[in-house]
Write a protein that binds this ligand. Structure first.
Ligand code: TRP
Length: 333
């Protein structure tokens, strides 16, 4: 069998994951396991670039997130799952890439200015925050990844990774690093319960492994087409977040039926939500069950992550000895 191409992606440890994460990234990560040699990691150093002043949750969030990863089907037998801060080689490559990365590339990075403007409660005028994409480039090319599954927001970082990889190969006259391609995830738009983008900071999330009762309540209170005030008013499904969920959780015939029923007012919002609740719970029940099982086997979970980290480290060390050779640093004494 021809060797599988490698993909790599990371996620900052934000704790329990929500349905936006599931349908935006994780489902895709799970699928990719069938065709690629997958490396997935917890980007806890990246979390530190914005949360350095209050890092208290990072470790707990790491394990919360890892449990969700395993619950939705990331498989440690098929993928290399690891934690960034346990593979110190990322830091070494980050340092070396820092030497060759022109400052204007970083200053021009669109996410740099955007985030500084948006996260005004945090002081992001740090060296570490400016260097965020250099660390990300190190994460990617240290494993010689060919593909990087990411959402649109991460494209500038992958683009910079490509430029840094090319610059390294050119400067030291050796093709050490493949130039990775972004694998853009086509994200179905899954709004939060209030119709805005689903986000922890908006308090409008449904979590992947939350209890059945609260999922019921959240769907019951979810926003619908705001123009459909009375039961007999015809509605526009395209304006209802509930319908966006049906698109993901319901069968094609159900979706058609719901859309028709909404437009003609032959089905009310309560019934529409009841149907959705049934379908969502059906998908999430086995995931929730898996999480409960795993919580009782934390030793096993930690062992899986330790083993994945070991595999990653071996690969990272190999790359670094090539890197040192290409630069001409010689072996460590
Ligand atoms: N910056 C990414 C995010 O915020 C996380 C990340 C860190 C990452 N290193 C990476 C993603 C390497 C892909 C590849 O989502």
């Amino acid at each position: 069998m021809a060797e599988r191409k490698r993909v790599l992606s990371g996620m900052r440890p934000t704790g329990r994951l929500h349905l936006g994460n599931l349908h935006g990234a994780l489902d895709n990560w799970v699928q990719l396991q069938q065709r690629y040699d997958c490396f997935y990691f917890v980007a806890d150093w990246h979390a530190l670039t914005t949360d350095y002043a209050s890092p208290g949750q990072i470790e707990a969030n790491t394990w919360d997130m890892v449990l969700d990863w395993l619950s939705v089907g990331l498989d440690p037998d098929r993928s290399t799952l690891f934690v960034q801060s346990s593979v110190m080689e990322h830091a070494e490559l980050y340092l070396l890439l820092g030497m060759i990365t022109p400052l204007p590339w970083l200053e021009r990075n669109p996410t740099y200015k955007e985030q500084q403007q948006q996260l005004t409660q945090k002081d992001l005028s740090t060296y570490g925050f400016l260097g965020y994409p250099v660390l990300q480039a190190a994460d990617i090319i240290i494993y010689k990844a060919h593909g990087v599954p990411v959402g649109k927001d991460q494209l500038p970082h992958v683009e910079m990774t490509r430029e840094i990889a090319r610059r390294f190969n050119f400067m030291y006259e050796k093709e050490v690093f493949p130039v990775p391609d972004p694998l853009l995830t086509e994200v179905p738009v899954l709004p939060g319960t209030d119709g805005r983008k689903m986000s922890k900071s908006y308090g409008n999330c449904i979590y992947i492994t939350e209890p059945e009762e609260t999922i019921r309540e959240k769907i019951a209170r979810m926003m619908t087409d705001p123009h459909r005030v009375r039961r007999n008013d015809p509605g526009d499904p395209e304006l209802s977040p509930v319908f966006a969920y049906h698109r993901i959780y319901s069968s094609p015939s159900e979706i058609e039926e719901i859309a028709q029923g909404c437009r003609t007012a032959s089905i009310g919002c309560v019934d529409c939500k009841r149907k959705l609740t049934d379908n969502v719970l059906k998908v999430l029940a086995p995931i929730r069950q898996m999480r409960l099982d795993l919580e009782g086997r934390m030793d096993w979970v930690r062992e899986q992550m330790r083993a994945g980290t070991e595999t990653a480290r071996r690969q990272a060390r190999e790359t670094l000895s090539e890197v040192r050779g290409a630069i001409g640093l010689g072996r460590p004494l």
